[in-house]
Design a binder for this molecule. Structure first.
Ligand code: FAD
Ligand code: NAD
Length: 463
């Protein structure tokens, strides 16, 4: 008979849960991972990071074939969209990666339990399996139940015409007119996918800017780029209702005419998954935003119960969730583990990509920190010219007296890959001069980082 007693029970198999389970098993613990969905990988793999990036990649190829290849002297005719094939490719990528996690669980001997898990008092989790309730016991429990799309008052989600990101990853046909509520990461990434595939896309945003939290200068530049691609923005706009009407949808905003469209994507943030989790059975109370409060070591108020990922405060990012899971498990097993929240990069996978790590100009000004700024445009970078992607820039912010790098913000081609250098530099407390004196291969986009670092002290060579 299968054992029901473990060193660690993890609830949720997203980037937080499955990575925590793997690391714990690697460190010698017996581990059970409870997941209610048949596929492992969480929102990130099933309905988030991976399917959205698959569609972003495919739609970018489509747009490039139609609009860009010509400038390279490559003439293609009869470019057509085969949406079912594009969707199948995305589904296959997701399925292959989910199977991969299954394989890793087997390799590390993590016991997978399929069903909804509920805490049932100290050291106990009851799982609703297809064969009835199964009670598991462990010394430690890690809550990694993630998040789901936040609702918005007046917006009636029907899983079809009016939906959230999961629906927008699988529209059966290209919408004629897609209205996106929220100019955050999901709205802009998935709005970009459907715009490239031919939809008219209108983005309604409550604030007077897009991408709140990102460096304001870069966000403004991103908006100009998206507008050039045909995306329409209505900022400072409060949506009061959205609902399906017959075979279409209607969106109403305060002080503006109603918009008739054929699909609505609601993307105004995500909320933690804590329903039927049994937190009350171990005396854990949620914070004002419905998240599980934890201390610096991811311990909840209940001894032996920990939480990581989207269900706790902090940016809702897969890599943040993974780092927390590893640090939490290492702390349980070896006694220490740490996440450096100053160096967690953030990437928006649009065209151009927008990536940042560390503090923004606005944050430094608000904190009264004196800083120097170096900026370098991709238009002056040879590789960017060869790629035909000259939009954007690298901006480096460094402490005015010590030269220590405090923030790096990039908008441009492959910014999401370039930001890794900045994150590593900041993790090692590098100065702008450290980056500037490191040899960068030529011709690469990374030379723009070196030049921006040189620009911090007014020494950029190519501008
Ligand atoms: P989740 O991935 O949400 O996993 C939690 C798991 O727990 C789920 O599988 C759920 O079924 C399970 N679960 C919940 N409750 C129970 C229970 N009681 N019993 C059993 N199982 C339970 N982040 C990035 O860093 N990069 C990106 O490019 C990116 N793109 C995204 C695109 C979209 C469209 C979306 C929606 C999100 C994206 N994110 C991205 C955010 C990222 O998906 C999350 O930050 C990440 O998934 C959080 O990981 P997690 O493990 O905390 O939670
Ligand atoms: P978000 O917080 O990024 O953006 C939500 C946007 O909706 C904000 O601009 C906000 O001002 C706006 N908004 C809020 N209420 C509104 C209203 N009533 N009317 C109009 N606009 C309103 O949230 P998201 O785009 O839903 O993404 C959720 C989470 O998923 C984010 O925390 C993000 O980190 C994560 N995610 C990350 C990636 C990535 O890393 N590339 C991709 C997708 C999602």
């Amino acid at each position: 008979m299968a054992s029901n007693s473990f060193d660690l029970i993890v609830i949720g198999a997203g980037p937080a849960g499955y990575v925590g389970a793997l690391r714990a098993a690697q460190l010698g613990l017996s581990v059970a991972c409870v997941e209610k969905e048949a596929a492992l990988g969480g929102s990130c793999l099933r309905v988030g990071c991976i399917p959205s990036k698959a569609l972003l990649e495919s739609s970018e190829r489509f747009a490039s074939a139609r609009h860009e290849l010509k400038s390279h002297g490559v003439n293609v005719s009869g470019v057509e969209l085969d949406l079912p094939v594009m969707m199948r490719r995305k589904d296959q990528i997701v399925a292959a990666l989910a199977t991969g996690i299954d394989g890793l669980f087997k390799k590390r001997k993590v016991t997978r339990v399929l069903g909804h898990g509920t805490l049932a008092g100290k050291g106990k989790v009851v799982v609703e399996t297809k064969d009835g309730p199964r009670e598991l016991q462990a010394k430690s429990i890690l809550i990694a139940t993630g998040s789901r799309p936040s609702p918005l008052r007046g917006v009636v989600l029907d899983g079809d015409r009016v939906g959230a990101s999961t629906e927008a990853l699988a529209y059966p046909v290209v919408p004629k007119h897609l209205v996106v509520i929220g100019a955050g990461v999901i709205g802009l990434e998935l709005g970009s996918v459907w715009r490239r595939l031919g939809a008219r896309v209108t983005v309604l945003e409550f604030l007077d800017r897009i991408l709140p939290g990102m460096d304001a200068e870069l966000a403004a530049e991103a908006r100009r780029c998206f507008e050039k691609q045909g995306m329409e923005f209505k900022l400072s706009t409060r949506v009061t209702s959205a609902r399906s009407v017959g075979g279409a949808a209607r969106v109403e905003c305060e002080g503006a005419p109603a918009i008739e469209c054929d699909r609505v994507l609601l993307a105004v943030g995500r909320s933690p998954n804590t329903e039927r989790l049994g937190l009350e059975s171990v005396g854990i109370a949620l914070d004002a935003k419905g998240r599980v409060p934890v201390d610096a070591h991811f311990a909840t108020s209940s001894p032996g119960v920990y939480a990581v990922g989207d269900v706790i405060p902090g940016p809702m990012l897969a890599h943040k969730a993974e780092e927390e899971a590893v640090a939490c498990v290492e702390r349980i097993v070896v006694g220490y583990g740490h996440v450096d929240y100053n160096t967690i990069p953030s990437v928006v996978y649009t065209d151009p990509e927008v990536a940042s790590v560390g503090r923004t100009e606005e944050e430094l000004k608000a904190a009264g920190v004196a800083f120097k700024k170096g900026s370098f445009p991709f238009a002056a970078n040879g590789r960017a010219r060869a790629l035909g992607h000259t939009e954007g820039r690298v901006k480096i912010l460094a402490d005015a007296s010590t030269d220590r790098v405090l923030g790096v913000h990039i908008i441009g081609a492959r910014a999401g890959d370039l930001i890794a250098e900045a994150a590593v530099a900041m993790a090692f407390h590098a100065s702008a001069e450290d980056i500037a004196r490191a040899c960068h291969a030529h011709p690469t986009l990374s030379e723009a980082i070196k030049e921006a670092a040189l620009a911090v002290s007014g020494a950029a060579l190519h501008i």
